[in-house]
Design a protein around this ligand. Structure first.
Ligand SMILES: Cc1ncc(COP(=O)(O)O)c(C=O)c1O
Length: 436
């Protein structure tokens, strides 16, 4: 709109200078705007009717869209939907599949926020959860009921570093027309692409490795675009029956893309966890160095895990990259480019030994976060796993002397020197006297 010299001060303060210059930036521009102008009535009608173009940033934004395209490509999926946090990604994915009276089967080794979502929030909405041992394929199969709408697990679990046999669990779901939803935060598409192994939906906390700098929160849901109405329609009436707002079903309109489009058009924009375009930009910048960071983090983590395994203060190191890990062979099958950066180490001196280390590290930062370029440490028993019973914690590999490391990209010698000095004063106990 023109704001000529003849217009008033208040008009010019919002309209003068708003014409955008024509330029072709190489970096993804940050479209930090609530909405987009329509050139004429037909364009606005087409946007509301057929969803073409951009109208309002909650339903679509070019900066967000660029990151979504990049993530869909890296995951080998059909489409991605970016949301404001990893927690939002898990919530949106599950709400797209299950409603009141429905049921989900979930690995018992999952992030505490997801566990809380299932046990409290989704339970209050009428979605029930059965937790199963990740390794026990018979338990996955036995837990399925006529109301089951999703199988859910993390690719690499916190804290014990268990690896999900994606293909095997996806195949069990496929027998019943039930999608496997996988949280691949710990593995990133650089290490593992679950859709290639049969998962239907992949979610990430983009706050972690994808962004990489620890500056923003974000989440993403990637759909495989392989919804099969004939095989799964009976489980998902909201995708195959007439749209509740009227008109053709999602399956009629979008075919194999029905589930992804339902996530994009119905669940994400209505529940509303929209990402800021600025955060989307920073996640997109982060992804540009994902392979370099994860490769380096995996190398560093393996070196740190091997070093710790030799230390007399250490009872066990649960890192999938070590030959001693019970899932190492499965890990080698799925993780061909490295074993990731997050793992736990349990000190023989128990809680006081763990306290000493987290309070003595200098290069490594004591905080709750992971997947950062900086190395981080946390004491799970008193933090992330505090709400669990002792038996549940022990099943997850969390003891009073356990600390969780998320290894960054620093020089390996500095990380080892830091841990070396942090271990000074930690008791060296014989196995028989271990205070786990
Ligand atoms: C495996 C996993 N999934 C989901 C989340 C939630 O992500 P956000 O913190 O971005 O909401 C986390 C956070 O730690 C996580 O570790």
């Amino acid at each position: 709109m023109a704001a000529g010299a003849d217009t008033g001060f208040s008009t010019r303060q919002v309209h003068a200078g708003s014409a955008t210059a024509q330029a072709s930036p190489r970096a993804t521009p940050i479209y930090l705007t609530a909405g987009f102008t329509f050139s004429d009535l037909d364009e606005s009608a087409a946007h509301f009717g057929e969803g073409t173009g951009f109208g309002y940033s909650r339903t679509g934004n070019p900066t967000v869209h660029a990151v979504e395209e990049r993530l869909a490509s890296l995951e080998g999926g059909d489409q991605a939907v970016l949301v404001s946090s990893g927690q939002a990604a898990v919530t949106v994915a599950l709400l797209a599949l299950a409603g009141a009276g429905d049921h989900v089967v979930v690995s018992e080794h999952i992030y505490e926020g997801t566990r809380g979502l299932l046990l409290d929030n989704l339970a209050r909405l009428g979605v029930e959860t059965t937790f199963v041992d990740t390794d026990d394929l018979d338990a996955w199969r036995a837990a399925i009921t006529p109301r089951t709408r999703a199988l859910f697990a993390e690719t690499l679990s916190n804290a014990r570093n268990d690896v999900l046999d994606v293909a095997a669990v996806a195949a069990i779901g496929a027998e019943h027309g039930i999608p496997l939803v996988v949280d691949s935060t710990f593995t990133t598409p650089y290490l593992l692409r679950p859709i290639e192994h049969g998962a239907a939906v992949v979610v990430h906390s983009a706050s972690k490795f994808l962004a990489g700098q620890g500056a923003v929160l974000g989440g993403v849901i990637v759909d495989d675009g392989r919804f099969d109405a004939a095989a799964s329609g009976h489980r998902f009436p909201h995708l195959v029956q007439t749209d509740r707002l009227g008109g053709a079903s999602y399956a009629e309109k979008h075919g194999a893309r029905a589930r992804g489009q339902y996530i994009r058009e119905s669940v994400a924009p209505r529940f509303g966890p929209s990402p800021s375009p600025l955060n989307a930009f920073l996640i997109g910048q982060g992804i540009e160095t994902l392979s370099l960071r994860v490769e380096r983090q995996s190398q560093n983590a393996l070196a740190v895990a091997r070093w710790l395994e030799q230390r007399p203060e250490v009872e066990r190191v649960d890192y999938i990259g070590l030959d001693s890990h019970p899932h190492h062979d499965l890990g080698e099958r799925y993780l061909t480019r490295g074993f990731g950066s997050v793992f736990t180490v349990t000190l023989r001196g128990g809680l006081e030994a763990a306290r000493h280390v987290v309070q003595s590290v200098e290069v490594i930062t004591h905080m709750t976060h992971l997947g950062d370029v900086r190395s981080l440490v946390l004491h799970p028993q008193s933090t992330s796993h505090a709400a669990r019973t002792v038996a549940e914690r022990e099943r997850a590999g969390v003891f009073p002397g356990t600390i969780r490391l998320s290894i960054g990209i620093e020089d390996i010698d500095d990380l080892l020197a830091d841990l070396d000095q942090a271990l000074v004063g930690v008791p060296v106990l014989e196995r028989e006297t271990v205070v786990l």
